[in-house]
Design a protein around this ligand. Structure first.
Ligand code: PLP
Length: 429
């Protein structure tokens, strides 16, 4: 503890704030420049919002970036996930395995295919789906495992791929939180059978509203295309079981991306490696500054692992109340925010406890959609996924720095340090 830290009271208890400079610029996102504006203007002036020439260029560049044979653009990430599930053979009565603490689009599109979701718990460190909780959930109906690289942290792909291969199940990587991240030096999104991701405005790689599906497999690419890209099916379908249906989208979806977004995505992709590098530097600097502080641990892979966090979308920290005399996380967050420190209650609400996954009869089957076509009741009640359910009390949202200005980040580090070091004052009061 520095002498300043010893003497300065918590802002929540009337002391001075730790963050004193206007830091809005550190967080401003997306980064839109004249180059994005020019690219979008060209599409508008050409009147080609619904065309495909710019989208084709984006797809070619994205495939190179991701290192996959195919990249297929979508109107959003949700549609890309639906198509990835369809491409991986998910059909009526089938099951997918997914984590519960994720954005709903990692799992819910399965309902639209007549399939259901079995949730697996997460690992306490990575917060990604736990390989050890997958295998016993696999049945003959299981077609795919959806892996989310949660808040940028790469999932344990080697273990997950080994399980999937053993059982003939496909793996879909949801890369929406982790664009450009590495798993043991390999780019996430190029390891599973297919990757789907969001490029919406808030994501690390932002393009307005857009999604992308990447795969090396023609057997996945073609059904994914056939589902919602009707205008491309005549020219692109080659598989004999799909070709006869060219001209109309299977299932009646329309997944085409608006080319203003394709144009922005091309510009953003060009600048992404540099921007991601700056996010990496800023976030690692923040966490290095908190090394050894009680109650807090970074959510990032070990340095020597060859794995990295990519774009760090909505970064979290681990919160260990037992090191802070049991101080509840909400109180810690309140105190950090009083310092000007930008914290928030993390962790999405666990999907498995939401009524949509338990009671909603969406399609009028006379039974909850979750079990409308399944041969067993796969619903999972409170207590079924203990790590996922406890995470709300054991994590907190931390500032998502987009710019690496060390003196400013130092003030945020000071805010977190101050609250952690003086936590007993919050308990005593
Ligand atoms: C944002 C997000 C999506 C959905 O993408 P949209 O482009 O918003 O449809 C899917 N999965 C995860 C994990 C996300 O964070």
């Amino acid at each position: 503890m520095s002498s300043e830290e010893r003497t300065q009271a918590l802002a929540l208890l009337g002391g001075p704030k730790a963050v004193t400079t206007d830091s809005r610029d550190l967080f401003r996102w997306p980064s839109v420049t004249a180059e994005d504006e020019q690219a979008v203007l060209e599409v508008l002036r050409a009147g080609s919002m619904s065309g495909s020439n710019v989208t084709r260029q984006l797809e070619a560049e994205f495939a190179v970036y991701q290192g996959t044979e195919y990249a297929l653009a979508f109107c959003n990430g949700t549609a890309a996930l639906l198509a990835a599930m369809y491409g991986c053979g998910v059909r009526r009565g089938d099951e997918i395995i997914a984590p519960s603490l994720t954005y709903w689009a990692s799992a819910l599109p399965a309902f639209g295919l007549g399939a259901t979701v079995v949730f697996a718990d997460i690992e306490p460190d990575s917060l990604c789906i736990a390989p050890g909780d997958i295998e016993h959930r696999i049945t003959p109906r299981t077609k795919a495992i959806v892996v989310v690289h949660q808040c940028g942290h790469p999932a344990d792909m080697d273990a997950i791929m080994a399980i999937a291969r053993r059982h003939g199940v496909k793996v879909i990587e949801d890369v929406s939180h982790a664009h450009g991240g590495l798993y043991k030096t390999r780019l996430v999104g190029s390891i599973g059978d297919a990757a789907a991701m969001s490029l919406m405005s808030g994501k690390a790689l932002p393009a307005g509203e857009a999604g992308m599906l990447c795969t090396d497999s023609r057997e996945i690419f073609e059904p994914a295309l056939a589902l919602g890209h009707y205008e491309r099916t005549e020219a692109e379908l080659t598989l004999p079981d799909l070709k006869p249906y060219a001209g109309l989208p299977l299932g009646g979806y329309k997944h085409r991306i608006n080319q203003t977004c394709s144009a922005m995505a091309r510009v953003q992709l060009r600048h992404y490696p540099r921007r991601m590098q700056e996010i990496q530097e800023a976030m690692n600097y923040f966490w290095d500054g908190l090394e050894g502080v009680p109650g807090l641990r970074a959510h990032r892979p070990p340095k020597e692992s060859g794995s990295t966090m990519g774009g760090w979308y909505t970064p979290l920290g681990h919160y260990l109340p037992e090191e802070l005399g049991g101080l509840p996380v909400d109180r810690f967050i309140e105190a950090v925010n009083a310092e000007g420190g930008d914290s928030w209650r993390a962790a999405n609400f666990p999907l498995h406890l939401h009524p949509v996954f338990n009671t909603a009869d969406i399609y009028g089957d006379g039974r909850p959609t979750r079990i409308a076509f399944s041969h067993r009741d796969v619903r999972q009640g409170p207590g079924s996924l203990p790590v996922s359910e406890a995470l709300g009390e054991r994590s907190l949202g931390v500032p998502w720095f987009k710019r690496c200005r060390r003196e400013q980040i130092d003030q945020f580090v000071a805010a977190y340090r101050k609250v952690a070091i003086r936590a007993d004052e919050l308990k005593a009061e």
